[in-house]
Design a protein around this ligand. Sequence first.
Ligand SMILES: [Zn+2]
Length: 137
Amino acid sequence: MSDPICNKCNKIMVKKHGVISINRKDFGTYEVPGVLHFACEKCGDRIIPPGESNRIMLDGLKLHTLKVLNKEGATSILNLSSIIGCEPNELDLVLTQLKKEKLILLSDKGRFPTVSLAPIKSKKKDGFLSRLIAKYF
Ligand SMILES: [Zn+2]
């Protein structure tokens, strides 16, 4: 695949690999490390390949899920997925990934700077959350 050309400037875009900042209406602003993408050196426009887009989307969904778990009193997976705005099976995937990444989440503050598992664990009295924690955390 040859390097793409910027739609705005008509310049050849440069292949890059690094942290990119994402700003989404639903998830807010977050950073994703190690993303392969193409960037225009003139206007800063970028193209992200589909494989990387999926990972970026999943990272946003994970971050958003943690924020929701910290703030809102969800009562079931269905209720939690509707608050988050995803399908229950997507939420299951996200929670499974979060479980795998527990150590990263707890130790790497750069990746999820505003979220910690501590407030979630403190809500253990709640029936649904306590089952969720037992299953995924
Ligand atoms: Zn450009």
